[in-house]
Ligand binder design. Structure first.
Ligand code: ADP
Ligand code: ZN
Ligand code: ZN
Length: 751
């Protein structure tokens, strides 16, 4: 047997492995992730490296392969764990070991050290209040954000300010010069005496700010007792929106930290606002660090180094934070565990929930999932209970809003077909219009939610019906306000034509209702209201997302129009009405999870109303009021939704009832594509496992042509994951020898 070893553990060196023979006497100790001593180079100097692969295939002349000299004592480090995790991901999702290693290891790159500094507010409370007011009047958004943050915490790490608040050096410079803000070295604060004297709660842990309510406390008590007994069963906290899940997470983290262990908290990127981060920071001080997708490779590497050295003990971030190299990981929390962003779209196409489970298992940590609308995967495992194999999750519930006086909103469904029958062709039902007038008159804020992304207007000819399509993709082009038609799949752009290119008719017009159009219509209906819009277009610039939400939260507008982005992250105490304009929009897609997504979106959107004492109202407009996803969301009845949706999955053999493997096959040449998919189909049909597998397709992908490449899909369903993996590996092997291999792309995906 041979071991492939990398000498320098970093992203860039992953491709450079060296092969060694495994000596007989070490055979049973050497496994992936173990650190070994090896003779290296012409002089056979001893170096240390990590085993990343074990194989019986010699890469060259077997005589020339050197032997591993020995194992480094105490060699199971945080990094060994990550390498093992990469191996597990490679096996489970079917990627190469390189792709898996590149996913778990950060790019090694040095950055200038600014991390070690803190921004300190040098103003008195009154001066600070005045400065906030001034920044707000002058619309210095970034400055206002920083000053408001100072109201809550007089010291803020430079890194958090730059990364989470999108502050720039240019914004800071005048503040530093005028003596509003000071820079302070953090190292000073690390000296224990100093830190005890003056910087609590900014350095180290501090007590919770609010007393937990009995429901919250019961979860904490049960979890910690189980944890201390060594019980590491995964927990699911199913708690309605605003029920105080985050407070519970912090309490659990505190418990784990007090035992000298570390914690990782996953939060979907769109919910990772600086308000959220500040809450953790206030509680755990500079033990907390954050990573997000806006970090440079160097900044990310730096954060991981700090985790490795023990400076950072709580890492918050999107799914990649899972690969923080903690040595003694005690807890992983996944907030909003149902979010689709936890699934990677790059190979290895992993799901953070599954990888977290494995990482927790490896390091003896506990995994806690939280959601107001749990995924069917998680909830089905939670209501199965314990079970002899321990596969079931522990289920915790939070049934009430945590804030005193805050209640769940009152939800009302409006049937748009009836509006049409009554002669109302506007996008606002009579009920929604009346409610908006009433709330705006009372000085409250309104959110209008369109559960479809972008400005999805397409243009078609009213004479011949022809829609304007992208010449490279099977999608209609989207009309933007600048009069251009844009393909959202390949970026193709063209001026909107004045005459129909196919029949010459001048009667061509936009269809569908995008956020831009909704904004325009809202303006028309409510000319006095100040309106903000939030979608891909308005948030594409750095910090755009945060800026719009912050401005709305501070009363900078009366109405916020937006897509799914508006339902996350911020608390809007003055929002008393949420209007969902067309609840059906996300309901009819080709994804088997579209009912679940719709229910989740509607429930989360409804959760935005009435976060404070003023009671909230939600109006859901729909053409299909009887659809269970909409009906259950309106009644805020998760259980009922779960039962109905599960029944549907049962009948059609979809996850979590079955495992689902899809093979997306694509080619520039349609004939080659057809040949390849039908061959793949017959290979599967001839396998011994075929009888136990439901094989579906080949079918055209939901979008058949993208960027001039044609795509077809094969689906396989089976209760047993391992059988699907076996089939996948076999297909991988066979296709490697097929004559079409070079002209076809294959992408395997476990749903
Ligand atoms: P979730 O994560 O479930 O949406 P949060 O933890 O964000 O809920 O809590 C919602 C709001 O309720 C926050 O403003 C939070 O400060 C407040 N809150 C949470 N727990 C309590 C409590 N025990 N007492 C008072 N307020 C609380
Ligand atoms: Zn025409
Ligand atoms: Zn295109």
């Amino acid at each position: 047997m041979y071991a492939n070893v990398i000498i320098d553990i970093s992203h860039e060196k992953v491709d450079r492995t060296f092969q060694y023979r495994i000596p007989e006497e070490l055979a049973d100790q050497i496994q992936v992730g173990v650190r070994v001593r090896i003779p290296f180079g012409a002089g056979n100097h001893e170096r240390k490296g990590y085993v990343v692969e074990i194989t019986d295939r010699a890469e060259w002349n077997t005589e020339q392969i050197k032997e591993i000299a020995g194992i480094v004592p105490g060699s199971v480090t945080g990094q060994s764990q990550l390498i093992r995790l990469a191996w597990w991901m490679k096996e489970r999702y079917g990627s190469t070991m390189n792709q898996a290693l590149k996913t778990v290891l950060p790019v090694k790159q040095k950055v200038q050290k600014r991390e070690d500094r803190l921004l300190v507010c040098l103003l008195s409370k009154n001066e600070l209040q005045a400065a906030v007011g001034e920044a707000s009047r002058k619309k210095y958004r970034a400055r206002e954000r920083l000053l408001r943050a100072f109201l809550e915490s007089p010291r803020i790490p430079y890194g958090i300010a730059l990364r989470q608040m999108d502050l720039t050096a240019a914004t800071l410079k005048p503040l530093l010069e005028k003596g509003v803000v000071g820079l302070q070295a953090r190292t000073v604060e690390r000296s224990p005496v100093e830190s005890l004297k003056k910087i609590r709660p900014q350095s180290g842990r501090s007590a919770a700010i609010c007393r937990l309510n009995p429901e919250q406390q019961a979860i904490v008590d049960d979890f910690t007792a189980r944890y201390d007994r060594g019980d590491r069963r995964t927990s699911l906290i199913y708690g309605v929106t605003g029920s105080g899940k985050t407070e519970v997470y912090m309490e659990l983290i505190d418990h784990v930290l007090s035992q000298g262990r570390e914690a990782i908290v996953l939060i979907p990127e769109i919910a990772l606002t600086y308000q959220t981060v500040l809450r953790f920071y206030r509680r755990f001080g500079d033990l907390v660090s954050v990573i997000n997708s806006r970090l440079s490779a160097g900044e990310r590497y730096d954060q991981f180094e700090r985790a490795l050295s023990g400076d950072v003990r709580v890492m918050i971030g999107p799914r990649s934070a899972l690969f923080t190299p903690f040595q003694n990981l005690g807890l992983i929390v996944i907030d909003e565990e149902h979010e689709s962003a936890y699934k990677s779209e790059l190979s290895p196409r992993y799901h953070a929930r599954e990888v977290a489970q494995e990482r927790a298992r490896m390091s003896g940590a506990a995994l806690v999932l939280g959601s107001a609308t749990p995924s069917l995967e998680a909830y089905s495992r939670a209501i199965q209970g314990g079970g002899p194999d321990g596969a079931g999750y522990r289920l915790y519930r939070l049934t009430k809003r945590a804030k005193a006086g805050s209640r769940m909103a009152d939800v009302q469904v409006v049937d748009l077909r009836e509006e049409l029958r009554a002669g109302n062709k506007s996008i606002f039902s009579r009920g929604l219009k009346a409610a908006m007038e009433r709330e705006l008159a009372a000085g409250h804020q309104v959110m209008l939610f369109l559960n479809r992304r972008g400005y999805s207007n397409f243009v078609s000819c009213r004479s011949c019906g022809q829609a304007m399509k992208c010449p490279h993709c099977d999608v209609t082009l989207t009309l933007h306000r600048n009069g251009r038609l844009v393909c959202h799949y390949c970026g193709y752009q063209v001026r909107a034509p004045e005459k129909c290119p196919s029949c010459g008719s001048p009667y061509i017009a936009g269809f569908g209702t995008g956020t831009q159009k909704i904004e325009a219509m809202t303006r028309e209906m409510f000319p006095m209201a100040r309106i903000l819009r939030m979608d891909l277009d308005t948030t594409s610039k750095k910090g755009g997302h945060e800026e719009i939400l912050a401005s709305f939260a501070e009363g900078g507008a009366d109405i916020l129009v937006g897509t799914q982005m508006i339902v996350k992250g911020h608390d809007f105490p003055n929002v008393t009405l949420v209007g969902i304009l067309a609840a059906d929009l996300s309901l009819y897609s080709s994804d088997f999870r579209c009912g679940e997504r719709t229910f989740q979106l509607l429930t989360q959107a409804a959760g935005r109303a009435g976060r404070d004492e003023t009671p909230g109202q939600v109006i859901i407009q729909t053409y299909s009021p009887a659809h269970y996803a909409i009906d259950c969301a309106a009644r805020q009845d998760y259980e009922a939704f779960y039962q109905k949706e599960m029944a549907y999955r049962q009948v059609l053999h979809y996850p979590p009832v079955c495992e689902l493997l899809s093979v997306l096959v694509s080619s520039r040449d349609e004939r080659t594509l057809d040949a390849a998919v039908s061959q793949l189909h017959s290979w599967v049909a001839e396998m011994p496992e075929a009888a136990q597998v439901r094989l579906i397709g080949p079918a055209e992908a939901p979008i058949y042509k993208v960027n001039d490449i044609y795509r077809k899909i094969l689906y396989m369903k089976q209760e047993n994951y391992d059988i699907l993996v076996k089939i996948k590996n076999r297909l991988d092997d066979l296709s490697g020898r097929a004559e079409w291999y070079d002209r076809v792309m294959m992408q395997f995906d476990f749903a």
